[in-house]
Write a protein that binds this ligand. Structure first.
Ligand code: PEP
Length: 247
C-alpha cells in the first residue's frame, strides 16, 4: 500500500480567454470535492485571474515554464520569483513541446527545476520518448538520461519534485499508453529515483498523454502512477472533473 496522495494537474497549454477561463474554473470548482490534489497550469497572462478565482478553494495553480535565470536581460522570459508572487505552487518544466520546439536540453530543464524549488515552487519535470525512440527500443535509455540530469542537478532536493512521464507519441494524439506500458516506465523511474534518494517511495510520478475520463481510473490504479498531467481533457470542466474524481 502506498500513502501517496494522487495529484491531477491540468496543462492548459496556449488555450484560454477571460471568458472561457471563468467558465472552465467555475465548472471545476462546482464539481468538487475531489479526493485528490488538483491544480491547473495556465498561460502566464491568466495567472492573476486564476489566483483570484481559486484563492479560496483547495485547487492550486501554476505555470507551464519558467526561466532558468534568476533575473536580468532575458527578453520574453518569466522568472520563478515572479511566478511565486502570483501564488504559483507548481510549474511544468521540460514539457516535450518545449524540448521539441524550443530546443530545451536536459540540463536546461534541470536548471529550471532547481530555480523553481529555490523559490518554493514544485517543478513537474516531464520526461518521455518519441515514437521513433520507442520503436527503436530506446524508451528506458531516453527517460533515464532525461531524469538523470535533474537528479544530479537537484542533489538532496530531488525528492521535492514531481515527475511526469509523458510519451511524446501519446500527447494530444488520442493514443494513450496502456496502463501496463505506463507502469513499466514508472517503475523504471521509481527505481532510478530510489538509487538517488531514500524518499523516492514518497514521490509522485504522474502519467500524461491522452488521459481521458474513460481511461483515467485504470491508469491511476497502477502501483507507480500517482495521478496525471492532463492536456486536452483539462479544457472541459466536466472531463477534467471526471478525471479528478477517478484519481
Ligand atoms: C500534455 O500536454 O501534457 C498532455 C498530456 O496533453 P494531452 O492530455 O492532450 O495528451
Amino acid at each position: 500500500m502506498t500513502s501517496r496522495r494522487k495529484l491531477v494537474v491540468g496543462n492548459w497549454k496556449m488555450h484560454g480567454s477571460h471568458k472561457a477561463n471563468a467558465e472552465l474554473l467555475e465548472g471545476v470548482l462546482a464539481a468538487r470535492p475531489f479526493g485528490a490534489d488538483v491544480a491547473v497550469c495556465v498561460p502566464f497572462p491568466f495567472l492573476s485571474e486564476t489566483a483570484v478565482t481559486l484563492a479560496a478553494s483547495d485547487i492550486r495553480w501554476g505555470a507551464q515554464d519558467c526561466s532558468a535565470h534568476e533575473q536580468g536581460a532575458y527578453t520574453g522570459e518569466v522568472s520563478a520569483a515572479m511566478l511565486r508572487e502570483f501564488g504559483c505552487r507548481w510549474v511544468i518544466v521540460g514539457h516535450s513541446e518545449r524540448r521539441a520546439y524550443h530546443g530545451e536540453s536536459d540540463q536546461l530543464v534541470a536548471d529550471k527545476a532547481k530555480i523553481a524549488l529555490a523559490h518554493g515552487i514544485t517543478p513537474i519535470v516531464c520526461v518521455g520518448e518519441t515514437l521513433a525512440q520507442r520503436e527503436a527500443g530506446e524508451t528506458a535509455a531516453v527517460v533515464k538520461r532525461q531524469l538523470s540530469a535533474v537528479i544530479h542537478t537537484l542533489g538532496h532536493c530531488v525528492s521535492e519534485m514531481v515527475v511526469a512521464y509523458e510519451p511524446v507519441w501519446a500527447i494530444g494524439t488520442g493514443k494513450t499508453a496502456t496502463p501496463e506500458q505506463a507502469q513499466e516506465v514508472h517503475a523504471l523511474l521509481r527505481a532510478q529515483l530510489l538509487a538517488a534518494t531514500p524518499r523516492a517511495g514518497e514521490m509522485r510520478l504522474l502519467y500524461g498523454g491522452s488521459v481521458k475520463a474513460d481511461n483515467a481510473a485504470t491508469l491511476f490504479a497502477q502501483p507507480d502512477i500517482d495521478g496525471g498531467l492532463i492536456g486536452g481533457a483539462a479544457l472541459k470542466a466536466a472531463d477534467f472533473a471526471a478525471i479528478c474524481r477517478a484519481a
